[in-house]
Design a protein around this ligand. Structure first.
Ligand SMILES: [Zn+2]
Length: 255
């Protein structure tokens, strides 16, 4: 099934080869826009739900793909927990059942979104939606929030389009030069805005809670050194658990 103009939502970058798949973590986060491969929830939207590396073809059935970047997906733990080692059997595969993959499949080929519900359009869509429960309450709430944001963005885009349709010859000659220069500047900025917007959108999906802490090794080494030196530390005075309040008396006056 083809859907002209709409392709896969994930483009994989060129990455070095690693013999331990955990080392692909940061590459995956970036390539998957810091979002789950299946339910699309972004790290920043997930509120306490962790993210994990998923093997699209499970480790159990395809151990040869353990460290293969193209078999790795960035997923929220709720989708990953439902997916586990689930894999369609030969009879199901023959009927077209398998999990959706955002780096090869176009979302709109397999799902239609209506009234906050995903409606599967193919065996791939049906299998993925059913096994991963892609119409769970949390995801319906997320779609509602997103649809409000898209409406606001559409209004801004329509405003910019209207501005670009203004006919310069209908503007009074006294301000025509200034208007023309303003419109030229707007066009220049809009042309460069695509890439900047893409970067900004991707960055807005990232959760800093999942970023590594660059000072972690140094902190750990300091902590280790402190714990090792505890025995050698001099005794420090220990305050009483319930110190009695001291009563202050007025200074005695000599009479
Ligand atoms: Zn998910």
């Amino acid at each position: 099934m083809s859907n002209p103009g709409i392709g896969p939502s994930v483009l994989r970058s060129e990455v070095p080869r690693f013999s331990d798949y955990h080392r692909y973590r940061e590459h995956l986060r970036l390539d998957f826009w810091f979002s789950c491969a299946y339910c699309t929830i972004a790290e920043v939207e997930a509120r306490g739900v962790g993210f994990q590396i998923d093997h699209h073809k499970p480790r159990k059935s395809s151990p040869e793909l353990l460290n293969e970047y193209s078999n790795l997906m960035w997923t929220c733990e709720l989708c990953n927990r439902r997916k586990l080692d689930t894999t369609p059997g030969p009879a199901e595969s023959a009927r077209g059942f398998r999990f959706f993959r955002p780096d090869e499949d176009a979302f709109a080929d397999h799902f239609a979104l209506a009234a906050l519900e995903l409606h599967p359009q193919t065996p791939v869509g049906l299998y993925t939606e059913q096994v991963l429960q892609l119409n769970r309450e949390q995801l319906r709430r997320l779609r509602k929030l997103r649809s409000r944001l898209y409406q606001a963005q559409a209004q801004v885009a329509e405003g910019l389009r209207s501005l670009s349709r203004v006919r310069i010859d209908q503007i009074p000659p006294s301000v025509r030069g200034k208007a023309q220069s303003l419109m030229n500047r707007l066009r220049e900025r809009t042309m460069g805005a695509g890439e900047a917007l893409r970067e900004a959108l991707r960055d807005s999906c990232r959760s800093e809670l999942l970023d590594g802490d660059p000072s972690q090794a140094e902190q750990a080494s300091k902590r280790r050194a402190f714990l090792q030196s505890l025995q050698a530390l001099p005794e420090l005075p220990v305050p009483h658990a319930n110190p009695r309040p001291t009563v202050r008396r007025p200074p005695r006056r000599d009479r």
